[in-house]
Design a protein around this ligand. Structure first.
Ligand code: NI
Length: 222
């Protein structure tokens, strides 16, 4: 069972990687990779669940039911009308998550007043440790607009599956606490809940802000 999940996750990562490769080849001169990727996935047929079909028939995004960091039960429908920056991680993460959340926070600051139309969602892949209270404390360290989301292990597994996020417990040698291996893309979802683009880990805040400005319909700053 675990083995087949690993194989499926590896295949999905390869497909996403292939899509990125294709985006790189097809990018117009000077076009950010994220935009080329968006162009590529936008050309694919829309799937039923509210995501975008990736090459190979992989769809991304869709309905979810979770609990926010204030303890309120929420679904994807609660966030319709806003652009979403969706990131999966866990509060105990030593490096990738804090870096990506700092980037998301910086992108929000770069947007200025337009940031009011954008909601960053941080969805934990470690619901055993990430309670709403823990998430509330954590997201507040980065930006007041970030919402932390957790749920039952089944709810978290379902939303991770919808976004094709791989995660697994891993305990480093000699460590007493486990970590979570997880994929670390940031998903930009439109106000209608469909995928607009994906940002690779390590993306500069300026690139996220630029993509959002383009989606928000405002002229780019010169
Ligand atoms: Ni992380």
């Amino acid at each position: 069972m675990i083995r087949s999940i690993r194989i499926a996750a590896t295949v999905l990562l390869l497909l996403v990687g292939l899509a990125w490769g294709a985006a790189w080849f097809r990018a117009a001169p000077g076009e950010p990779l994220g935009q080329s990727f968006a162009r590529l996935v936008a050309g694919a047929a829309p799937p039923s669940a509210g995501g975008v079909a990736l090459p190979g028939g992989v769809s991304l995004g869709g309905p979810f039911a979770l609990t926010d960091h204030t303890g309120r039960a929420v679904t994807d429908a609660d966030y319709r009308g806003s652009f979403l920056l969706v990131f999966f991680g866990f509060t105990f993460c030593p490096d990738v998550c804090p870096t990506e959340l700092q980037t998301v926070a910086a992108a929000m600051d770069l947007l200025g007043p337009q940031a009011a139309r954008v909601r960053p969602l941080f969805i934990t892949v470690d619901p055993a440790r990430d309670t709403p209270a823990k998430l509330a404390e954590y997201v507040a360290l980065f930006h007041p607009a970030i919402t932390g989301l957790t749920g039952t292990p089944e709810q978290v597994a379902a939303v991770a599956r919808a976004y094709r996020v791989y995660y697994a417990r891993a305990t480093p040698a000699g460590a007493s606490e486990y970590l979570m291996d997880h994929s670390a893309f940031t998903y930009l979802m439109g106000p209608d809940g469909t995928l607009r683009t994906i940002f690779r880990p390590g993306v500069p805040a300026e690139e996220i802000a630029g993509a959002l400005r383009a989606q928000l319909g405002a002229p780019a700053r010169s």
